[in-house]
Design a protein around this ligand. Structure first.
Ligand code: ZN
Length: 147
């Protein structure tokens, strides 16, 4: 188990140091901003959604290692997914980091953040990108706050 934990931490550190899909996105048609007051994490999400499928997704902003790694992993997970699949991932991920334990959704690489469930103060860091994605898909205009 501790080897697994080290591996998970390595993936999180790697995604924090080298965030994937970071920056502006030309032709994006959905945008949302998220802010986690508790930690100071901020991010802006850009999505290109066509025919109900997330064609591309990128993010900008700055935050702690957990929020950055979570956003980076999320962008990788969302590409090519339908909006319904993205919602299912969001629910599965949310369950994993709040309740812990098994989920009925296959989260793939996102499972590296399972340890967050042991640190309630970091849950908002891990879910910020996902709440923001949810707002972008539902076209909410107001910035998302995790409060
Ligand atoms: Zn944070």
């Amino acid at each position: 188990m501790s080897d697994l934990r080290d591996l998970y931490q390595e993936v999180i550190f790697d995604h924090n140091r080298h965030p994937r899909n970071f920056g502006a996105l030309a032709n994006a048609n959905r945008h949302a901003q998220g802010f986690n007051r508790l930690c100071g994490d901020r991010l802006t999400l850009h999505l290109k959604v066509q025919d109900g499928i997330i064609q591309d997704v990128r993010f900008e902003g700055s935050g702690c290692a957990i929020s950055t790694a979570s956003a980076s992993l999320m962008t990788e997970a969302l590409k090519g997914k339908t909006e319904a699949e993205a919602n299912a991932l969001f629910e599965g991920f949310h369950h994993m980091v709040t309740e812990g334990g098994e989920t009925s959704v296959n989260l793939g690489k996102l499972a590296v953040l399972a340890g967050v469930s042991e640190f309630p103060a970091r849950v908002k860091c891990a879910t910020l990108a996902w709440h923001t994605m949810n707002a972008a898909l539902h076209d909410h205009q107001d910035p998302v706050s995790t409060e």
